[in-house]
Design a protein around this ligand. Sequence first.
Ligand code: SF4
Length: 287
Amino acid sequence: MRWYRANGRHDLPWRLTRDPYAVLVSEVMLQQTQVDRVKPYFVDWMERWPDAASLADAEPAEVIRAWAGLGYNRRALNLHRAAVKVTDRFEGRVPTDEDTLKTLPGIGPYTAAAVHCFAGERRTPVLDTNTGRVIARARLGAADMRTAGDRRTREAASELLPSRGARDWNLALMDLGAMVCTARKPACDRCPLRNGCAWLLAGSPVAEGAGAAAVRFEETARFARGRIVDALRERDAMETLEIADLLPGAHAANVDTYLGGLERDGLIERLPGTERSWRLPGKATGR
Ligand code: SF4
């Protein structure tokens, strides 16, 4: 905690508030996007949609456009759907109770725990890849949470949680994981836990599955889906063939699959009265 007080990222805009809506927005943005990238998006978002009711009132297409550059567009749509549900069921107030949070679209155990702890200041472990890695290494002697096992890591996180100050505790683990105990190159020489770190004492064993061949991002369905949504952000509508032309050749055979998946997820819709013309969703999809 001494290390955190001196080195923690205390001035991140979402750490300066206890507003559950703001914390929820930041946590959804941070799910798969780097902190520095999220900062300006978060500030703009809160100016544009300062509460759940204003976000619920926006068109899904507008929300998906505002998400451009953050990736994993489904998060934008889920955030919008969550805002609609919060407005309809909870009078616009984002709940801070973990179980209630998990009933909202796109809110899994991690995000529910984060809002519960960071906005509600309640005592619960907040286990993401960063906090999980620190606990897996320092306490369990494994290279990461996957190698240590989710259940073991969760149990260790619960055991370690102090009876008071859980918010700062979780934030400290998060910062240590992001700034010192990083996935590829942990800076053990400047880590406050180095003297008792179980992973160092065990000789730094490698992670399970390390060395598996990596797939190039451009070859993934996620790349193709993102490219399609990006193109539709710029246009009112596009034909299937135009969309196919945008994608590298290897994806051509899968265009219908990608479009069908995006349609099922609610990220795109057919232009009314057409079969093969697509656009971002209008209001009817969100409410
Ligand atoms: S000593 Fe190294 S491996 Fe252990 S917690 Fe610190 S940075 Fe991570």
